[in-house]
Write a protein that binds this ligand. Sequence first.
Ligand SMILES: [Fe+2]
Length: 262
Amino acid sequence: MTAVRLQAMVQHADESLFENRGLRDYFSYRDLGVADASDGRIVAQINRANYQLTEEGELHHHVLTHQINLVLQGTAVMKFEGTGEVHLATGTCFYMPPNIKHTFVSCSDDFITMEICTPADFGTVEDDPATYSPSTRLPQAFSMQTAEQGDFAVQGLRTYLSYRDLGIVDATGGAILAHIIRAEGGAYAGSGEWHFHVLNDQFVYVLQGWAEVQFEGEKPIRVDAGTCFYQPSEIRHAFLACSADFQALEVCLPAEFETVTA
Ligand SMILES: [Fe+2]
């Protein structure tokens, strides 16, 4: 019997992947391929403004378990049940509890946000604006972290990378880890320590710069800004190099998992 070879999903930046579909005509959407790769456990997409939004959108809520956004570019104002108006800027990460009523109030014409939801398939319900209640108590709180509030710290043995935890572990009760990884102390070129992780799902979206990674049985690949890759559990891989300005978002489910060097 031969073992099934594990394969990573890699989607490079490609303008033709943006589609005008879905709820809102003021956004184009790029599906990052994570929903297929994860068998529907999690979806990740880029939402990009088609124009400057100046008119408040429709109040609605989603029936799902978790929803996370990381603002990649521009500014926006959103309104959330229980919280009220929130100003968003590049690098802001926010967590939306299930069923929270929300809407866009405005956004800049260069606004881009990355949205991550579990599960991949969920329902959306339009709400009557009269039901919006700024003082409602939700089962979980809305939370956010701006770029200024986030701290990068070196962890463990890899001194050439530092991590900004986005505060999602607590918000999701340990279901999801989301952090930004950044090159520390200049460009890195190493021998590439082979290892694997034991978890349910893991994906990376390159925010800035580039890195070179290798998956078992494959040639090294370069991942540039805008590339998303999904690593199935237990796939052996190595981090070979990165540029001095490298930054990437990494998302892992669950938040705590085992790493094996082998
Ligand atoms: Fe929404």
